[in-house]
Design a protein around this ligand. Structure first.
Ligand code: GLC
Length: 572
């Protein structure tokens, strides 16, 4: 076998499995590892190189596993460590790597570390978390006595009072997700040692949850009334400037690299989830010379439909803004650094509903067009489970249809702020994470072939039409298109390594760009709208070789494109 290049992941495609919703092996209505093992051939057929597995560790599941109570075990809901070893072996046999989710900005409040930490002010692990006395002149437990005014990402204050010790602890997410104190070297060593344990077990790297929040700049009041992302800044201060990309984050990641990855052979993957991070900061995280992480997940393009009031202040997604944003990231990381390419994941609404057109008429065409544009950018594409068949948002009619802690709490907070029930639901219907978490649609059977029991979240009723089994039979399907795109990245070095030039940045319907590597040039043209479009390109493209079932044909440089039509041409 030839040696694995250090940057092997540039020509790789990652597939994200959200285990709760992928496939249920034991009929309890919740997806599990045996369920995933029953479908590894789907992943192999698709041709993906890496699976990123959302958390399967032991957890009270307040945030569906992003609240870990034991990093060294699998939650019984998902199976056993043996099942996981089996999954790793199944994937490796098919040449697919497995990347675990690493959630170390916080643990669950049920983790033994936190239990010990909260046992008293003189506990040996007290300093493993952020404990602080009530604000000067205030009595603990009373509103306003929190050490800072910060809001949490899941509504309410970011501090919870512990009456036994008379102090507050910090949680940037739910109260059951206390933040670890990375200033303490013992915490860092415990995390690195856990990571080595997993690598020794055979996993191939980590997707690092909110890793740019591990260094805190100071505990001071945040701004009220600003955008604040998911924070309700009408009632709480924005912790952002104090907790995002903090002063020691690069030092910690470099230390992690030395302690965990430096002495291991190539073939591992490290990807940092980094909300509210600029291109310049992303270059620092991913400059290979700095030895931090291989690539980041940035959020700029998935924040474009947030208004001045933050995540739940929903505004239309504009194609011009999307092009400007993604284009800026292509430029900013052109020479140094690397980006992850994604339109959806377990925290985002379905991409075809948000960026495409999920009406019966254009769902398939728009899902294909979005995939074409995304996969042919420079960066590593991530396929979120179900995107490969164009899965759409769930109906989510009323508050009873919500399961996600963020949506449930946001609904309550929006009502408290004065929204009507319908206004609150409208915002949540646009952005809820539950959309991404409905069962994977395997076939047209009851519950979409996800479970023989009652699913924890109902399958989208559209599964009778939109499912893997039907699309496998149809060579013109979204699924076959994804497979062809993945193969193209493997086969054409220009896709993985070529440079990127945006064309027609001001065209309101057409997304177009070229990629170039030496003498090979790829032209990608996509009408990302539900109306016909025309565009002009250099007429020398008229006779270029079409790829990926391209049918659009220019005449003397003029292109007429049907709604969501794409064209990919190559010149050698
Ligand atoms: C990340 C995860 C999200 C989780 C949060 C807290 O953003 O992707 O699902 O709720 O971190 O761990």
């Amino acid at each position: 076998m030839s040696e694995t290049p250090r940057d092997w992941w540039k020509s790789a495609v990652v597939y994200q499995v959200y285990p709760r919703s992928f496939a249920d092996g034991d009929g309890d209505g919740v997806g599990d590892i045996p369920g995933i093992r029953a479908h590894v051939d789907h992943l192999a057929w698709l041709g993906v190189d890496v699976v990123w597995l959302s958390p399967v560790y032991r957890s009270p599941m307040d945030d569906n596993g992003y609240d870990i109570s034991d990093y060294h075990d699998v939650d019984p809901l998902f199976g056993t460590l043996d099942d996981l070893d089996g999954l790793i072996a199944d994937l490796h046999e098919r040449g697919i790597r497995l990347v675990m989710d690493l959630v170390v900005n916080h643990t669950s409040s049920s983790h033994a570390w936190f239990q010990e930490s909260r046992s008293g002010r003189d506990s040996a692990k007290r300093d493993w978390y952020w404990w602080r006395p009530p604000r000067e002149g205030h009595v603990g437990g009373e509103p306003g006595a929190e050490p800072t005014n910060w809001g949490s990402a899941f509504s309410g204050p970011a501090w919870t009072y512990d009456p036994d010790s008379g102090e507050y602890y910090l949680h940037l997410f739910a109260p059951s997700q206390p933040d670890l104190n990375w200033e303490n070297p013992e915490v860092r060593e415990a995390v690195y040692s856990m990571m080595r344990w997993w690598l020794d077990r055979g996993v191939d790297g980590f997707r690092m949850d909110v890793i740019n929040m591990i260094s805190k700049a100071g505990l001071e009041d945040g701004e009220l009334g600003g955008p604040g992302g998911p924070i309700d800044t009408t009632t709480h201060g924005d912790p952002g400037p104090f907790v995002l990309n903090g002063p020691r984050v690069h030092e910690f990641l470099q230390e992690m690299h030395r302690e965990v990855f430096a002495d291991r052979p190539a073939g591992l993957l490290t990807v940092g989830e980094t909300p509210a991070t600029s291109v310049e900061e992303a270059r620092r995280y991913t400059d290979p010379e700095r030895r931090e992480v291989d690539m980041v997940f940035q959020f700029e393009h998935v924040d474009l439909d947030s208004g001045p009031g933050g995540k739940w202040d929903v505004v239309p997604m504009s194609l011009l803004d999307l092009k400007a944003s993604l284009g800026r990231w292509q430029e900013g990381l052109a020479d140094v650094g690397w980006n992850s390419l994604y339109l959806g994941n377990h925290d985002q609404p379905r991409s075809v509903s948000r960026f495409g057109d999920d009406s019966p008429e254009y769902r398939a065409a728009s899902a294909k067009a979005l995939a074409t544009v995304l996969h042919l950018h420079r960066g590593t594409p991530y396929v979120y489970q179900g995107d490969e068949i164009g899965m759409a948002n769930a109906p989510l009619a009323t508050v009873d249809d919500l399961r996600d802690i963020e949506s449930v709490n946001a609904h309550r907070a929006l009502l408290a702020r004065g929204a009507t029930g319908e206004e609150a639901m409208a915002a949540i219907r646009a952005k809820s994470r539950d959309h991404a978490r409905t069962p994977m649609q395997w076939d047209a059977d009851e519950h979409a072939g996800f479970t023989t029991g009652t699913p924890w979240l109902p399958a989208n009723p559209d599964h009778v039409e939109v499912n893997v089994a039907a699309q496998r039979e149809d060579p013109d399907s979204v699924l076959h298109h994804y497979r062809a795109l993945i193969a193209l990245r493997h086969d054409e070095p220009v896709v993985a390594h070529g440079d990127f030039t945006m064309l027609l940045p001001d065209h309101p319907q057409v997304y177009a760009f070229t990629r170039r590597l030496d003498d090979v040039v790829l032209l990608v043209v996509a009408n990302l709208s539900s109306q016909p479009a025309t565009a002009r390109f250099d007429p020398t493209w008229d006779d270029a070789e079409p790829l990926l079932a391209t049918t659009a044909h220019p005449t003397a440089g003029t292109w007429s494109l049907t709604p969501w039509e794409t064209a990919v041409l190559i010149r050698r």
